[in-house]
Each structure stands twice: as C-alpha cells, then as structure tokens.
Design a protein around this ligand. Structure first.
Ligand code: FAQ
Length: 340
C-alpha cells in the first residue's frame, strides 16, 4: 500500500509577517506529521533549521570518516601478502571512497557545498570517526579492521537505512551491502591467520587486542553523555541509542570470536541475565576524548596526508573544471548554430 502524501505545504511564494508565521507553523506541522507517519523528508520539503544542521553535521562527519578511513588500509595495499589479497584490499579501499562520495552528495542536498565540507576537514575543524586515528603496523590489522571496524559500521548503519532523511537512508542501503562484504573479508583474513603458525595466530590476537576497544568507541559516548541522541532519535535520524548499538555489536562478536578462536580482550565480559545485557569493563573514555580533541596516535598524520592529497589533486580539479567549461561552451555554440 502506498502511504498517503502528507505534504500540503509547498510552492515558491515567500509570504512575510504574520502570514509567514502561520505558514511556518503549518510547515512544522507537516514535517512533524511526516516524521510521525514514518515517511521520508526529501530535499524539496520544508524542515526545521536544527534538523538540517544536525544532518549536515552527521552526514559530513560520516563522509569524512569514509575518506580518512581509506588511509589505515591504504597503507597495506603495496604490502599485501598475495595478488588476490591486494586486489581485494584495493577494491575495499575504493569502496570506502565511493561511500564518501555518496555521503558528500547526500549532504549537498541540504545546502552545503563539497568544497565547504572539504575545507572544514583539511582545516581540522570537522570531526571524523575516532577509529581511524590508530596505526596499522601488521597485516593482521587488515583482518581486525574488516571484522571489527566494518562490523561496528554495519551495526551502526543498518538502522540508518531507515533514517528519516531520504537521501541519507538511500545512500546507506548501498553502503551497508558493501560493508558486509568488507566484514566477511576481514573475518576471513583473521580465520586464515588463526589456522596458521603460532606467530600468525599471535599476530591476529594482537590486532584484535588493539582494535577491540577503539571499535566499541565508534558508537559514541555513553547515552547519558551523548548530547545529540535524544533529538536525533525523536527526528528518527538515529533509531537506536549509542549504548544499545554497542550491546548489539558485542552480541554479534562473541560467537564469531569463538569461531575464530580469538579472545576478546575484556576479562569482565559476560552476559548478565538479570540486566539482559552484556556486562563489560569501563571503556577508556578519557582516551576517546583525547582522540576527538585531535591528540590520538595518528590524528596529525591522517590530516597531513589528506591535506597533501588535496594539494596534489588541485591540477585535476582545475583540469576537470576547465574541461566542463569548454564542453558547455561547445554545446552552447552548437545550439546557437542550430538556432541561427
Ligand atoms: N568519533 O551526541 P553524540 C566506517 C562525536 S564509517 C568521532 O553521541 P551523535 C566505514 C559526535 O559526532 C564510521 N566523533 O553524537 C569504514 C558529536 O560531535 P559534535 C563513521 C564522535 O551524532 C570502515 C559528539 O561526539 N560512521 O567506519 C564519535 O548523535 C572501515 C557527541 O556524540 C558514522 O559516522 C566517534 N566515534 O552520535 C570506512 C555513522 N562518536 O558534532 C573505512 C554515522 C561521537 O556534536 C574503513 N554517525 N562523536 O561535536 C552516527 O551514527 C552518529 O553520528 C554517531 C554519534 C553514533 C557516530
């Protein structure tokens, strides 16, 4: 069944004074009704300013994360242990670039330009996921990133496929399909290492030890210190709280860790039957906030690399813009010739 379209407000006329106020109330009521009815807000719709700003914040941070997120694994493309592993890793890193592009496009529908977002990132003013500020010293890190980081990304992003803002939710559907391939390839790298020599098994366990806690931090601060959650959930951008998703993630990891034969590095981790949740050690929140403040192990390297790539790519952007200008000029003169 097709849901009835609740939009009755629209059109280009911009009334002033009391009429405008009435019109704003009407637009707000339509927006509220669309959210309540689980319908999507589209770029053409009126939306509260705070909703627009929240989406620009979250989607642009998400896009930056995908772009910066290419670096930890990009670091291993030239050193992958076989041609097959190299091809898979290259495809994965390219996928992350694609995710960044879908997300920048979704954010652009909200009235911010790609240049503005890029500038915020390279000026160090924009956030991106804390997880990408950790180093990747061994090949096993490729397995741990796929299994844990992409695994956490899937847990967080599957509910975002139902985000109330249309372009974001639709971008997430494709992203999630690709992330599940990423997670499986990470799992398979770890499985192969765990079936190898004692040194390979140790390398896999070390990588899991290093990525486990940062991957739990990806879900954001605890619910009682998450300033944006309540409003984002009321707007149905977020569907679950940070702690709820963290719990789901651990539920997914525990049986998979058993299959792999790795130990999750938390001696306190156990299912609490009374609370119906995983009991775990306290996450190192001071470390999380240090990373957010730009003082993680790899923050400055990640930004330096991004700035260098931006500078190195300047000629490509200029050439593309000039090519587009010439194409337009040519099609205009053809059109004028046809008219004359
Ligand atoms: N890192 O009030 P909340 C990936 C910030 S993609 C950095 O809870 P919210 C794919 C937060 O932005 C990974 N900052 O905020 C891949 C807010 O900042 P602000 C990225 C964080 O928005 C895999 C402040 O703290 N995924 O992995 C983090 O309601 C492998 C207060 O927090 C997304 O972006 C953090 N971990 O909830 C790529 C998913 N956590 O602006 C390559 C979409 C929180 O108020 C390789 N985003 N902050 O100063 C979301 O779902 C949400 O934005 C949350 C945060 C859950 C991240």
């Amino acid at each position: 069944m097709i849901a009835p379209d609740l939009r009755s407000v629209g059109g280009p006329v911009e009334p002033q004074g009391p009429v405008a106020l009435e019109r704003d109330d009407e637009a707000q009521a339509t927006f509220d009704a669309l959210i309540a009815a689980e319908q999507r807000i589209e770029p053409r719709d009126w939306m509260p300013d705070a909703y627009r700003k929240t989406l620009i914040r979250q989607i642009s941070q998400h896009a930056h994360s995908e772009i910066i997120g290419m670096q930890p694994e990009g670091n291993w493309i030239t050193r992958a242990p076989s041609l097959k592993r190299k091809a898979i890793l290259m495809a994965k890193v390219q996928d992350e670039a694609g995710h960044g592009l879908y997300l920048y496009s979704a954010a652009q529908t909200l009235g911010i330009t790609r240049d503005e977002m890029t500038q915020q990132l390279i000026d160090g003013k924009a956030k991106y996921s804390s997880i990408f500020n950790y180093p990747t010293p061994t090949w096993a890190d490729m397995g741990a990133i796929g299994w844990l980081v992409d695994g956490a990304a899937i847990c967080n992003q599957v509910p975002l496929c139902r985000a109330s803002y249309g372009p974001y939710g639709r971008a997430m559907v494709r992203v999630c399909k690709e992330e599940s391939f990423h997670q499986r390839q990470g799992f398979e790298i770890l499985l192969t290492l765990m079936q190898g020599t004692p040194a390979q098994r140790q390398m896999a366990q070390d990588a899991v030890n290093r990525w486990y806690w940062p991957s739990l931090m990806m879900f954001g601060p605890p619910d009682d210190s998450s300033p944006n959650s309540a409003q984002s959930m009321a707007w149905k951008i977020k569907r679950f709280s940070n702690d709820e998703l963290r719990q789901r993630f651990v539920s997914m990891l525990v049986p998979q860790a058993e299959i792999l034969g790795v130990t999750l590095p938390d001696p306190e981790l156990r299912w609490d039957d009374d609370a119906q949740e995983w009991h775990m050690s306290e996450i190192d929140w001071p470390e999380f906030f240090e990373v957010l403040a730009g003082r993680g192990p790899m923050n400055s390297v990640r930004l330096q690399n991004r700035r260098a790539a931006h500078d190195d790519g300047a000629w490509v952007r200029e050439a593309a813009a000039e090519y587009a200008r010439k194409q337009e000029e040519r099609s205009l003169s053809l059109l004028n010739g046809a008219v004359a």
